[in-house]
Design a protein. Sequence first.
Length: 250
Amino acid sequence: MSGVFLLDMAKERLDKVLAHLGLGSRKEVHRLARAGLVSVDGEVVRDAAFKFDPAQARLEVDGEVVVYRAFFHLVLHKPAGYVTSTSDRDGQPVTALLREEWQRDDWMPVGRLDKDTEGLLLLTTDGELLHRLTHPRWKVGKRYYAELAAPATPADVEAFAAGLDLDGEPLQPAELRLEADGRRVELVIREGKYHQVKRMFAARGNHVTYLRRVAFGPLELPKDLPPGESRPLEPGEERRLYEAVDLAPR
């Protein structure tokens, strides 16, 4: 009896699957089905309420094979002036930058970037992946390039490595690397507190004038991705992200 129940749980409605895959709204995919443009395992399905296992079946829409994915991921090169949000309550959201074919209602930004901060922003529909990538337990490093009002010093390197105290809240050790003049630095942190990078330098009597995130765990900001542009993760990038938090790609 339990086996039958589990089998039924794996089945999804055709209209829900097609909408999930970005092939239109529920209303639009109903029209596709009624027009005889959808087939499952070689059989035309006109009933959009038809249930099947999308991970096992061969799905075709208008003669094209559609590969089912449970979750989606995009890497976005965030420019300044956009807020890390999926709504316009606080300003222009980063999702406004996405191409029409990548617009979804279930995107979740992985970690926040301030409105004036640029760089790598990961968008995902996998809540468990998001949770692990941003939870301090997994110690996923986030690497930033920063420009400072005054040169950072070897004493700053030591203080960051020892773990700063922000308003009575101890931080995990961070890795600060200085470029020749000290005004340009790279910083790796493994937590994501509010305005953390800016507050860390402020605690040392300095000020961040420019900030860009260049890596999140094993995911690097693609050198060929211009500001404002995004693309799906490549299979290797996706695999390494999941492996970084002890998950299997799904």
